[in-house]
Design a protein around this ligand. Sequence first.
Ligand SMILES: Nc1ncnc2c1ncn2[C@@H]1O[C@H](COP(=O)(O)OP(=O)(O)O)[C@@H](O)[C@H]1O
Ligand SMILES: [Mg+2]
Length: 316
Amino acid sequence: MLELEGISKVYRVGTFGGKELHAVSNVSFDIEDGEVVSLIGESGSGKTTIGKMILRLTPITSGMIRFNGVDISTLKGAALKKYCCDVQGVFQDPFCSYNPIFKADRIFGIVRHEFFPGLTGAQWSAKVEGALRAVGLNPPDVLNKFPHQLSGGQLQRFLIARALLLDIKLLVADEIISMLDASTRMDVLNLLADLKPRGLSILFITHDLSLGYYISERAVILYRGCVVEMGSTEKIYSNPLHPYTRLLMASVPRLDKKWEEVEAGLRVRAAGLPGGCVYYDRCPITDQAGCCDSRRPALVEAESGHLVACSQVTGQ
Ligand SMILES: Nc1ncnc2c1ncn2[C@@H]1O[C@H](COP(=O)(O)OP(=O)(O)O)[C@@H](O)[C@H]1O
Ligand SMILES: [Mg+2]
């Protein structure tokens, strides 16, 4: 359904945009119909930038994104509108996604105006009610309310309902449960799981490895804009190969392990030469012979359906 082929994003930063910031470097993965893929990485690793490129909210510097075989950068007019119907995003902070002076359901009105101008009032109300009930909201509880009168969980569901109104094919869910408290998190996660049978594909963006495991069939681990490991969630979690993924696994709080023990495995050295492994300065298993700091490892299939970019693991 969606294919990312070698996409990169360079932002121009600094005074007069004189410096380049490589936010995303040569990232390739795909999402199939009805599949949930997690994109996991720490803050600043380029996750949101990838989501924005998919949603056409920011241009791609190089590479290509195809949706059902069509390069999305070529879409215009009606074809672009159709793409916006098929692919929608929901972002981290639900309160930022709303204008606080408008009632929450005003965003539904915008969808009606843009995409369903031909529906009668009764048809539209039925559609809204269906979408709200699909995300577990009772319409009278949320319609006609201002954003501050709703909880974070209700707002997040509301945004997912808006996406469902369009009968979307792919949802880009960017840290959508980070702002929620623990019990509401599970509700929203379970809601996403319930949406799977509708054939909806989801790109689930998170910095939290355990959430990715809970929800997805495949995971892509990102570090400084590069994919360091990807494959079936089951395989990555049972057999993490890249030292960064191992660190993430070790950092998931565990009752039997204190943080000092986890941290003891870490050394930080000076950054390697540009072009070397992106993880070089933090890696505990880097070689002294000097290939890690000078050559960027390629993603190599270590076992079927499980790729890793680490020359120490793959011997390449
Ligand atoms: N509009 C922008 N202009 C310049 N730099 C940006 C912009 N957006 C993000 N960045 C930078 O790109 C990198 C990746 O950011 P982002 O995609 O937001 O990462 P994540 O979502 O994983 O936290 C960061 O270093 C961030 O500071
Ligand atoms: Mg982000």
